[in-house]
Design a protein around this ligand. Structure first.
Ligand code: VGL
Ligand code: ZN
Length: 181
């Protein structure tokens, strides 16, 4: 049996409308993600979890500070079904865009120990943390799939999200829609 793992990247209040670094329509992917969780053997998530002072805030508005509501999952996300949460960006000197930079547990060893064959990635944001996580997964040899209707882009420059998808695909990721899982 193929073991399939869903990785939900940074579906936190600060990246949703009303948050400190809101991604347009970021909240619209919550229900589609809830509705696919049961298709997976394992569901994990990452959280952007920054200290109050970090070099990361020279590039971005203050967001996802540990202990604040902005760092919590979106309230509608079915977090009961999440088996483990990987925290990243926890230091003062790192951006921690990729979930493979998590500091509370090593994601690569975790996936290998669980015998994961296919890593499905969704969440926020397409052009930053989703992209970096997918690139790192591919680098480490995981079969990596991106669920295109369960991601949203920051699009700081118009087209960033589309370009990120193109790069992920070029590097070897499979792009698919949730209805085809
Ligand atoms: C992210 C910008 C800054 C993300 C995190 O989750 O994509 N983007 N920190
Ligand atoms: Zn961040």
């Amino acid at each position: 049996m193929i073991k399939r793992c869903l990785l939900i990247v940074d579906l936190q209040n600060d990246f949703c409308p009303g948050g400190a670094l809101a991604v347009k329509d970021g909240d619209k992917i919550v229900e589609p993600i809830n509705s696919i969780m049961d298709k997976f053997d394992l569901v994990i998530a990452s959280k952007d979890m920054h200290p109050e002072n970090t070099v990361h805030f020279k590039k971005w508005p203050v967001h996802c500070v540990r202990g604040t509501k902005g760092s919590d999952f979106h309230p509608d996300l079915n977090s009961d079904k999440i088996d483990f949460v990987f925290e990243k960006g926890t230091g003062n000197r790192d951006d921690g865009y990729s979930a493979f930079e998590a500091t509370n547990m090593d994601l690569e060893s975790f996936l290998k120990e669980k015998g994961v064959d296919e890593l499905y990635v969704c969440g926020l944001a397409t052009d930053y943390c989703v992209k970096e996580t997918v690139m790192d997964a591919l680098k480490r040899g995981f079969k990596t799939l991106v669920i295109t209707d369960c991601i949203k882009a920051v699009d700081l420059v118009e087209g960033d999200g589309e370009r990120a998808l193109f790069e992920m695909k070029k590097r070897g990721a499979t792009l698919l829609e949730s209805k085809n899982i």
